[in-house]
Design a protein around this ligand. Structure first.
Ligand SMILES: *Cc1c(COP(=O)(O)O)cnc(C)c1O
Ligand code: SF4
Length: 436
């Protein structure tokens, strides 16, 4: 199948009024988009708008909820403050001051990521690298800190101030190599962002090639975390350097390493277009294994049919269902949050519809400060209803794979809301004196 090269065309707060579908929206909805996008970053693109959103179903359409700012993302007071300033045609400076104040009381760095996980080498901290679990290093290339569209709930928005500095990139890549040479326990390097697939192939190659040297034989897997298969599958199909990108992946495989694409899919609609399917086929033909993951979000995929659809399609297309995450503590969390009890219900309803090939997926999973915590189910322990939990990854590897219990709280939305069972002073791992 051939696809005509379609240019990537973003829409942001600055040019959204030129989008035909925007002009068709009612005045209030247009105003909401202007107000909320003054606070939270907003970017969508022509492919998403024309192919993934059903414009007869606004505001309920899941991909509209995923990529457009929503009224519920701001509380009434904040919404009214910004709304009044915009209606009064306030100066840029006035608007900026109000927006900065609002942003400050949202939480941009959940789960202790910043404080605990940035490693040091010879006394120097290495920005752009996180090393939390022994086997896997996360790498945030500075040139990959944006995405082809933005998810409305994304907690990474402080990063979306784009830094496109070649010199810095070279230093980063050098730091990563020096760090990995000293850390032979690391088997996986996960390129994340933003979206590393936003980079052109030359830039990505500049980061990846230095990792393929014999001294880094312990690096067995290069993982690429990306939402481009959903937001801009042309990246792997018809972009000018799409073939080069696939060649780079083939070169990695030729060194005996595994290329794992960690594909962010929020909804089966994202897998429905011919170009999205062609992107998957081409990556697989280049030797990549694709694993799917996403958070469970209110208004976007808070129903079993969405998840069963993602996992069914994944298996049919030759991808491996991997994680369903619980929506984490992000800026506009209230609007998107789903309780742990409901998350578990949705997960099980979808999971039970799959053959064994789809049951590679783990969920619901909370990526929290002590580790990745899997909500395995509920049980009654001495007559008390409990969540059954276990660590899939732990700040301390000894915590992994040991089931433990928390008092069942139907309103809990995050790990920090959970308490031990009656009569237990703390969870088992607390004794390790590590911040929870
Ligand atoms: C999820 C995660 C990883 C990767 O964990 P896997 O279970 O191997 O996929 C690595 N580092 C951090 C900080 C993570 O949150
Ligand atoms: S693709 Fe990932 S990094 Fe980009 S906006 Fe969505 S959640 Fe955030």
């Amino acid at each position: 199948m051939t696809h005509n090269a379609q240019p990537y065309q973003p829409f942001t707060r600055n040019n959204i009024q030129t989008l035909p579908q925007f002009k068709e929206l009612d005045k209030f909805t247009q105003h909401v988009i202007r107000v909320v996008s003054a606070v939270f970053p907003f970017r969508t693109n022509r492919y998403v708008v024309d192919n993934l959103i059903d414009w007869s179903n606004i505001p309920h359409d899941p991909i509209y909820q995923l990529t457009f700012p929503q009224r519920g993302m701001l509380n009434d007071a904040d919404f009214n403050t910004v709304s009044r300033l915009i209606e009064a045609e306030a100066t840029r400076k006035e608007l900026q001051e109000a927006v900065t104040a609002i942003r400050l009381h949202h939480n941009p760095h959940p789960a202790g990521q910043i404080e605990y996980n940035v490693p040091k080498l010879d006394g120097e901290t290495l920005p752009g690298i996180q090393h939390k679990y022994d086997e896997t290093v996360l790498f945030f290339p500075s040139r990959g800190q944006t995405c082809h569209a933005y998810c409305s709930y994304c907690f990474r928005w402080p990063q979306f101030v784009h830094m496109d500095d070649l010199k810095f990139a070279a230093k980063e890549s050098d730091d990563l190599v020096r760090y990995l040479k000293r850390h032979t326990e690391v088997t996986d390097v996960l390129f994340t962002g933003g979206d590393p697939a936003i980079m052109n192939t030359r830039a990505l190659r500049q980061y990846i090639e230095p990792l393929l040297i014999p001294e880094l034989e312990h690096i067995q897997t290069i993982r690429i975390g990306t939402k481009a298969l959903a937001y801009w599958p042309q990246r792997f199909v018809s972009d000018a350097d799409a073939d080069d990108l696939l060649r780079l992946f083939e070169e990695i495989s030729a060194t005996g390493r595994h290329v794992a694409i960690m594909a962010h899919y929020s909804h089966p609609k994202e897998m429905s277009t011919p170009v999205a399917q062609e992107g998957v086929r081409r990556l697989r033909n280049a030797g990549c294994e694709i694993r799917t993951q996403a958070p469970l979000m209110r208004h976007i995929n808070d129903n079993p049919a969405a998840w069963a659809g993602i996992w069914h399609n994944a298996v049919a297309m030759g991808m491996i269902p991997y994680y369903m995450f619980v929506s984490r503590d992000t800026g506009p969390k209230r609007y998107f949050e789903v309780s742990l009890a409901e998350s578990l219900h949705i997960f099980r309803q979808a999971f039970t519809r799959l053959s064994g090939l789809g049951r590679t997926v783990r969920g619901p999973v909370m990526s929290a400060t002590p580790g990745k915590i899997h909500i395995q189910g509920t049980a009654h322990i001495n007559g008390e209803k409990a969540f059954v939990l276990s660590f899939l990854q732990g700040r301390n590897p000894n915590w992994v794979g040991r089931p433990f219990f928390a008092h069942f709280d139907p309103t809990a939305t995050w790990f920090t809301d959970l308490r031990p069972l009656s009569g237990k002073p703390h969870f088992f791992y607390k004794s390790d004196a590590v911040p929870a």
